[in-house]
Design a protein around this ligand. Sequence first.
Ligand code: GLU
Length: 396
Amino acid sequence: MYISKQISTLQPSATVAFTEKAKALKQSGRDVIVLAAGEPDFTPPASVREAVAKEALEGPTTYGPTPGYPEVREALAGYLERTKGLKVTPDRIVFTNGAKHAIFNAASVLLDPGDEVILPSPYWVTYMAVIELLGGVPRIVEGKSTNGFKITPDELRGAITDRTRCLIFNNPSNPSGAFYTADEVRAITEICVDAGVAIISDEVYDEITYGGGPFLSPAAVSDEAADLTALVGAFSKTYAMPGWRIGYLVGPQPWIGKVTSFQGQATHHPSALAQAAALACIRCEEDFVGMMLKEFRKRRDYLLEAVRGIPGFRVDVPPEGAFYLMVDASEAIAAVPDVSGDIEFAIWLLEEAEVGLVPGEVFGASGFLRISYAASMEDLEKAVDKITGALNKLGI
Ligand code: GLU
């Protein structure tokens, strides 16, 4: 069967691929610790699971409106006002099959072939794939480790050209855990507004921060900013339900109307069951995120110290958000015979240490590894021991 030219160079998502590889090895009977994909190891609140069960037993099984049920969009509008100070009417919201789908929708409706997209690095792997798939031109701006993996307003200004269509802004960042303060978000947003550059703002880790002040969405900076921002959110990370695939996209009208048409032709609305889950998350009275955050903080603090004890591993930037740690493993990589680069090293680690991680190269950060600490403390301790053991075996 013919494969179109556009798709022929498309690679599998590396985060997904490394996770599947590690899970398959575990299923084959090996004692593998999977710290690859960002999948919180918590059970969603009981009220959320019950809402989904109730929807399955009693809810409609017919099609619903493409952007999602009105009461769920209404509830999300209230939630965005409560949590982010945004004044959003439900007609500016489209529910999607996870945040990844929202990003793909947003980029599809924004980009013409040849449009430039500013992409701060390290970046989540799928941003690059989406830009390339749509014929966009990525302009990578390196978030230097000396600046906490963040780009500066001057660096952003310097990257804008008359072809720039948008900035993909991910705060807190996957994979680096960088967190832009409210002042930094304001500065970056104002530059985009002045230049008429749209912002795809991926905010899926918004509530997972370890200090650094309150979270600010670019859409909350000003009315002009809200009119140029495609806000991407989800409940996967904050309510530990990534497999239920529910996210959302918020943007100005009439732009979001075109997103709705696009989605209506491609996938229609996300499952009614997933929408019921989203509604229950919004109405959840327990401090579920606070509970997870306490655990994530403990794990982050443990990992920061423990990883620095692994030979050839270095961490210069402690993560301030999300649940990933970027480790500079270049010294360890250089020390392992017959291994070249972080991709081969991640494969070696999976086979020899039985630990599944994601190599930095796929995030535009060669020599690094991304460790997800959305895993139990026991698993993290085991992973550190296993990696140390595998390196020690080689005399490293
Ligand atoms: N966003 C998560 C990660 O980076 C889930 C996997 C994916 O879709 O990339 O690990």
